[in-house]
Design a protein around this ligand. Structure first.
Ligand SMILES: Cc1cc2nc3c(=O)[nH]c(=O)nc-3n(C[C@H](O)[C@H](O)[C@H](O)COP(=O)(O)OP(=O)(O)OC[C@H]3O[C@@H](n4cnc5c(N)ncnc54)[C@H](O)[C@@H]3O)c2cc1C
Length: 300
């Protein structure tokens, strides 16, 4: 860890930060620089001071991200626990910072008697990650509840944008390149607080019955192809339990790859590629990856 001497910003900068500690696969290389902003004004200042060619990686809870073992040769902007403002606009509209966890958004809105965001309870990421991925579960999808987002660009300028400015699909969001989410305004509906809390408990129970929630993973590795399920295709190919080093196709849910203890990012990526190829050979369908892979391969 080191601090730069000519800094104007107030956040925390670390050098050579191991990303295994910030990703739910618990594997991966180091980030050259890792910045946790103090607040949005501070982040604007930090971004404005960045070199135009600096590679940037925005990071929430790293629950959909694999950083290769060679590390990330740029700056990680770490939002979790940093951009956590939650501001009520009216009784059913709330602005949520990108660094707030999805589970907290679900629990807080349910407590206020609002319905619609319960599905977020079991998604182990941040609001920023949910916006970037259009995270969803059990028929709920993030962008179905978004009425506006705040973004920041490379120059540190903040913009307010409408959903109509994005191309939004299943686990896919395309908007203005080189803009990142600072927060979202969510429009929810009035309902019964007790019923919303019960719905959260029910969804969490369904999740732990069907997913290996006790082992490090990134959730579903592949998107479901239209009309089918990636897990069904992987299981039908006979790949449940397949292991490469410490990475294994989960016995509980075939679309999860778990770290059984000592997996490297290289082993996880090799297993992802092998599953993709073997499913294509056996089933004639090329699965599309949902998890994001970034960074450099280790020098051999
Ligand atoms: C056990 C388990 C269960 C899961 N279940 C589900 C599920 O039911 N449904 C589902 O959709 N997903 C699920 N996931 C995957 C994951 O939790 C989601 O994709 C989540 O939205 C990722 O959020 P994050 O904060 O961890 O993002 P990260 O993993 O940190 O980042 C994911 C991507 O978003 C980008 N990003 C992050 N923050 C920002 C930002 N502020 N602005 C712009 N880009 C940003 C990153 O650069 C990266 O490309 C699961 C994962 C696990 C481990």
């Amino acid at each position: 860890m080191a601090a730069e001497t000519t800094q104007h910003w107030r956040g925390e900068l670390k050098l050579d930060e191991p990303m295994g500690g910030h990703t739910s696969w618990r594997a991966g290389g180091r980030a050259r620089r890792f910045y946790k902003p103090a607040d949005i004004d501070d982040l604007c200042e930090f971004m404005a001071g960045l070199d135009a060619s600096e590679p940037l990686l925005w990071l929430g809870l790293g629950s959909n991200l694999l950083v290769r073992d060679g590390g990330f040769p740029g700056t990680v902007i770490f939002t979790f626990g940093a951009l956590t403002e939650m501001r009520w606009i009216d009784g059913q509209t709330v602005h949520v910072g990108a660094g707030m966890s999805c589970s907290k958004v679900a629990r807080t809105t349910a407590r206020e008697g609002l319905v619609g965001a319960e599905f977020l309870a079991g998604i182990p990421g941040t609001m920023g990650g949910a916006l970037a991925m259009n995270a969803g579960a059990f028929d709920g999808e993030t962008w179905a509840h978004v009425s506006a987002v705040d973004t920041i660009d490379r120059a540190g300028v903040v913009h307010t944008r409408l959903p109509s400015e994005y191309r939004i699909a299943y686990r896919s969001v395309e908007g203005v390149p080189e803009e990142w989410f600072l927060g979202a305004t969510l429009a929810l509906r009035h309902g019964d607080a007790e019923a919303a809390r019960e719905r959260i408990q029910e969804l969490l129970a369904r999740r732990s019955a069907s997913q290996p929630t006790q082992q490090p993973s990134c959730g579903s590795v592949f998107r479901n192809p239209p009309g089918d399920h990636a897990a069904r295709l992987i299981e039908a190919t006979g790949l449940k339990g397949l292991a490469r080093g410490g990475a294994q196709v989960s016995e509980k849910h075939a679309n999860f790859i778990v770290n059984t203890g000592s997996a490297t990012a290289t082993e996880i990526e090799a297993l992802i590629n092998e599953v993709q190829e073997r499913v294509e050979q056996a089933q004639g369908i090329r699965l599309e990856r949902e998890v994001r892979i970034v960074g450099e391969r280790p020098a051999s």
